[in-house]
Ligand binder design. Sequence first.
Ligand SMILES: Cc1cc2nc3c(=O)[nH]c(=O)nc-3n(C[C@H](O)[C@H](O)[C@H](O)COP(=O)(O)OP(=O)(O)OC[C@H]3O[C@@H](n4cnc5c(N)ncnc54)[C@H](O)[C@@H]3O)c2cc1C
Length: 339
Amino acid sequence: MNASSFPALLQRFFTERLVTQQGASLHTVAGYRDTFRLLFRFAKARLGREPSALRLEELDPAFLEAFLGHLERDRGNRPRTRNHRLSALHAFFRYVALAEPAVRLQCQRTLAIPMKRFERGPVEFLTEDEATALVSAPTAATWIGRRDRALLLLAVQTGLRNSEITSLRQGRVTRVTPGHVHCASGEPVAADFVVWATGASAPAWIGESGLPCDDRGFVAVNDYLQSTSHPSVFAAGDVATMITRPLPKAGVFAVRQGPLLAENLRRFLGGDALRTYRPQRRFLSLISTGGRHAVASYAGLSWQGRWVWTWKDRIDKRSMRKYDGVPWPVDAGDAYVRR
Ligand SMILES: Cc1cc2nc3c(=O)[nH]c(=O)nc-3n(C[C@H](O)[C@H](O)[C@H](O)COP(=O)(O)OP(=O)(O)OC[C@H]3O[C@@H](n4cnc5c(N)ncnc54)[C@H](O)[C@@H]3O)c2cc1C
């Protein structure tokens, strides 16, 4: 074998084998490239020869073992890194064994160089304080920081692996069967436990009624909570969208619109001037995340923890207590019970 065949083989290994045939990732190609860079540097020091003058026969197992020893001894590489470098050499010599049968014996002996055993440390779990510190490390002042926080929080709360997080996809779910979620793309996703987290959606009858709707199909109303086309039709809460100021579909708005809706209905029937609904600018959001934990947000600030859950629980119970003793509409109630 002449000297020119080694550079040609190496080039074909990177371009044809790794990139074209195997579709290796950029990280793999870069890792293999670094291995050969180090090997050439070592060869120059040891043999006094430029990479272009190197012969494949010179890269025999003894030479390669000396190179691996140099990595550990002189560069302080750990066995795991040494094994990565050896993987790159193995991949190259597997390719050479097919491309140049004349050097098959050398390839076989190189492929017989074993990986080094090493102790794997036990997997450590983060304490609650460590996890909190990790999640709050990215800045909340930039969208990239907020994205990183969201990803870290997702990882901490779900225990998903990196590969599982990067494979999260948005898609329309068409069906859920035991053990699987089926998507519109036709791809079933295996699932042990399914959590539905949905937003409000408009019922079909609104669009069919001929009332003007917003682009999501909710009744379009003016500032008096009155349909923009039919003055005698009023709508409030999730089912309505104020066209001058679309609001999130949240209970805080629905609850506050209730009294004004009742008053405007009375005023409309009495021929009086209607009152304008003025939504609050800011509102507190409290969401339970399970395990007596909750997150809160208000005016761009957020909090989380057990104390937030206790806070939410108190607000919820106080709110429900208002309905204690409220008489059930007797006729409707009886009719409902009898059905
Ligand atoms: C799981 C969940 C958690 C939520 N948590 C919060 C929260 O923490 N804070 C918050 O602010 N908001 C929260 N929301 C949103 C909040 O519940 C809604 O914004 C709020 O209930 C809207 O009130 P509403 O009266 O407009 O509609 P709804 O509360 O949905 O009431 C509509 C009523 O109309 C009835 N209905 C529907 N169609 C018909 C029909 N054709 N004939 C007769 N009756 C009909 C329905 O059965 C229902 O009782 C949450 C929503 C969900 C689903």
